[in-house]
Write a new protein. Structure first.
Length: 180
């Protein structure tokens, strides 16, 4: 995907055609509201509340790993944006749209919160993330590949976070952990 964006290959050209047909296909206030779910001012407080809940329930390591996962988002997304320098759908003079930071923020925050509070909330996290990505595409803030790349990146970040949490929990259960 990234290679196609970098070389402006057939997948990237298809992405741009699809995007042009999507932009403003719903009322702007609705697409803007949906895309706002990926703003840090919305997603981070959700994750912070879930982290506080996890700490209160004695799951400090899980809360720490969720916070580190969120901290990894800009550390991964910003260099990719700089490297690809992809222009935006509505701002061809601007650069730095690939991958979508809002989509990655939404995915890591909402899924991280769901994993910390209750796995029954995973479908809610999926819907919130999907609505965010869809809103970003419909409003013209991002190309579909920007959103899809962020979802893929978020799966990796969440997978690493989950794996670290499981290893940390296993060490604690066997008494092998160091100081907390």
């Amino acid at each position: 995907m990234t290679w196609q964006v970098l070389v402006h290959g057939p997948l990237a050209r298809l992405d741009e055609r699809v995007s042009r047909s999507l932009v403003d296909s719903v009322p702007r206030p609705l697409s803007e509201l949906a895309s706002d779910l990926g703003n840090m001012t919305v997603a981070l407080p959700v994750l912070a509340c879930a982290m506080a809940y996890a700490v209160w329930r004695g799951r400090r390591a899980a809360a720490l790993h969720a916070g580190l996962a969120m901290a990894a988002v800009p550390l991964l997304v910003v260099p990719l944006k700089e490297w690809t320098a992809r222009p935006g759908p509505l701002e061809p003079w601007a650069q730095g749209y690939y991958p979508s930071g809002h989509t990655a923020t939404a995915a890591v925050a909402y899924f991280g919160a769901a994993f910390l509070v209750s796995n029954r909330l995973v479908p809610v996290a999926a819907v919130l993330t999907a609505v965010t990505g869809t809103g970003l595409m419909l409003r013209g803030f991002h190309w579909p590949l920007d959103v899809f790349a962020s979802l893929c990146l978020s799966l990796v970040v969440l997978g690493v976070s989950s794996s670290c949490t499981r290893r940390s929990s296993a060490k604690t259960a066997t008494g092998c952990s160091g100081p907390s």
